[in-house]
Design a protein around this ligand. Structure first.
Ligand code: SAM
Length: 221
């Protein structure tokens, strides 16, 4: 697929609506410098998450998959003074890099990053009664997306917005013979989402500077 027009329009939107942002630029550089993969949300997607936090007036955010803290910073910046964001990350290098970036962004009082496997941490968060969260962003490994979503709903209140990234995978979700475990994971999740009576949901296709993909948006009833 030729993504040139999507990249050019993403650039056009960025030029209009994303002022130069040294903290976010440094965050992306730190990810490359640490040898981590460049798989943060795109700048426009980060702004989209920022706008969603403002629109929902979220005060408590849960994120699955921190990487270098790019999406974390985009969302945490939209929190009110007493807002909090908890982000779960399995990779120690990512946690170290993200903590540095969070500090540089001046968000250390609002953001907590917990090191460990999300599927181990989520039951503990539930048992400890740390919910409900107002907004939950799922952006970790894809195979357990259906399980992540189930925990997310349990950690919600009516009106909580749950956002799940990368659920279209360059259109590969259409291939029911796919042997790619990431594709299979989001196919299983998308089907579960379609049958979940606890939420009202849709999926938007995302194009731009990153590869063609999609985000599921679900509001808990
Ligand atoms: C797509 S990246 C997150 C990008 C980040 N949300 C952003 O946009 O800036 C996915 C992250 O999930 C983490 N991850 C993968 N498997 C995980 C697991 N089982 N539990 C927690 N985090 C995991 C990876 O180490 C990686 O940092």
């Amino acid at each position: 697929m030729d993504n040139t027009i999507f990249e050019q329009v993403d650039q056009y939107i960025g030029d209009l609506l994303l002022p130069e942002d040294q903290v976010l630029t440094d965050t992306l550089k730190s990810i490359v410098d640490a040898g981590l993969p460049s798989i943060s949300v795109s700048p426009n997607q980060g702004k989209f998450l920022h706008v969603l936090v403002l629109a929902t007036q979220a005060k408590r955010i849960l994120e699955l998959g921190t990487l270098g803290g790019y999406s974390t910073i985009c969302m945490a910046r939209a929190l009110p003074a007493d807002g909090k964001l908890l982000s779960l990350e399995i990779d120690p290098t990512s946690v170290r890099v993200a903590l540095h970036n969070i500090q540089r962004a001046g968000l250390e009082d609002k953001v907590e990053i917990r090191l460990g496997k999300a599927l181990d941490q989520l039951p503990k968060i539930l048992e400890a009664g740390e919910g409900p969260y107002d907004l939950i962003f799922i952006d970790a490994d894809k195979p357990p997306y259906a399980e992540y979503f189930d925990f997310a709903v349990q950690l919600s209140r009516p009106g909580t917005l749950i956002i799940c990234d990368n659920v279209i995978r360059d259109g590969k979700v259409l291939d029911h013979e796919s042997t790619d475990e990431m594709v299979q994971g989001v196919q299983r999740f998308n089907l579960a989402l379609s049958k979940d009576p606890r939420v009202t949901a849709t999926i938007i296709q995302t194009v731009g500077s990153k590869e063609y993909d999609g985000m599921a948006l679900a509001v808990v009833k």
